[in-house]
Design a protein around this ligand. Structure first.
Ligand SMILES: O=C(O)CCC(=O)C(=O)O
Length: 307
């Protein structure tokens, strides 16, 4: 089914969209046409920046109608009894451990909202992902990280791969996309450049204190943590970061929300190394088998883009 431009802001249907492995609307650019794909390629210097520093930021991904379509769906997601609520892998209306702050964090929006579903195939994400991963791009999972105005909570310093060790090899990538202008004031993402070359650190919590990570750092690493880069971006821009990049974000005390969506991808061929389901409510993938099937669609096959 392809929807026309007039149908772009659909109410949630309550259907599980994870059974559909292609865009269902025309909200985003053609994900197969080679000409379209080429226009989203990162420059050599952007790719080098990623490999040298562990991230690349300020990449345009969404225009205003696309941001609005996603915010419409997000606003419905905030009501916990919305249609399709049973499809979340994880849903935390407030993951913050500080009762005075709020961090909305949820995984699985692609199964519920057509905009978040179709976003996965958006060439502005898949083409750079393929360059940075060095191969075809497979979906891992998505995330929403939203901080309300005035009392938005922190996302404590962490490396993403600490949460993903049930999959190997480490060929994972995070694409963070702002749905609002992200600034220091409203709690933008911060990176510790070069930390992608550190060893894997143990989990020290996602929504606790910003100092929690200190217990697992060497003195030298802790010193480097003192000069993080604030990733200020316009709404609709994204950053890509390495799975070992240490990142986090501070409170939002200003009068604007800071809402973001995240697409986590892997290079095709990444395997399960646990017999447990990789995500809550999904079928287990046998140990040693590559991610595939209903919950892990191939987003960009580098052997198949048409002229
Ligand atoms: O949105 C944030 O502040 C944190 C995002 C994050 O931790 C991630 O994308 O892995």
């Amino acid at each position: 089914m392809t929807l026309g431009a007039e149908d772009q802001t659909l109410a949630l249907t309550g259907n599980d969209l994870s059974t559909i492995h292609a865009p269902i609307s025309s909200l985003f650019a053609d994900h197969l046409a080679k000409q379209t794909l080429d226009q989203f390629r990162l420059s050599d210097s952007q790719v080098s920046h990623f490999h040298d520093h562990g991230y690349v930021a300020g990449i345009p991904v969404l225009n205003h109608p696309q941001i609005e379509a996603l915010i419409d769906e997000l606003t419905e997601f905030f009501q916990s009894d919305h249609a399709g609520a049973e499809y979340w892998y994880e849903y935390n209306s407030n993951e913050s451990i500080d009762p005075n702050t709020v961090l909305f964090h949820a995984l699985g929006a692609w199964r519920i909202g057509s905009g978040f579903h179709d976003l996965l195939w958006h060439p502005a994400i898949t083409v750079p992902a393929s360059q940075l991963l060095g191969g075809s791009v497979r979906f891992w999972h998505d995330q929403l990280f939203c901080k309300p105005a005035l009392h938005g909570g922190v996302v404590a310093w962490h490396q993403d791969y600490s949460y993903w060790t049930r999959t190997e090899p480490m060929a994972h990538l995070t694409c963070w996309i702002g749905l609002d202008h992200a600034t220091t004031e409203n709690g933008c993402l911060h990176y510790v450049p070069g930390s992608h070359k550190w060893d894997l650190l143990p989990i020290t919590g996602l929504a606790g204190g910003m100092e929690s990570i200190k217990q697992v750092l060497s003195d030298d690493q802790y010193e480097k943590m003192q000069n993080p880069v604030a990733v200020e971006m316009q709404a609709g821009q994204c950053s890509f970061h390495h799975p070992l990049m240490v990142h986090g974000s501070f409170q939002n005390k200003c009068d604007r929300p800071r809402r973001a969506t995240v697409v986590n991808a892997v290079r095709d061929g990444v395997c399960a190394i646990s017999n447990e389901p990789l995500l809550e409510g999904t079928d287990a993938i046998p140990v040693g088998q590559p991610l595939d099937g209903q919950f892990f669609p191939l987003l960009l096959d580098i052997s198949e883009s048409k002229e």
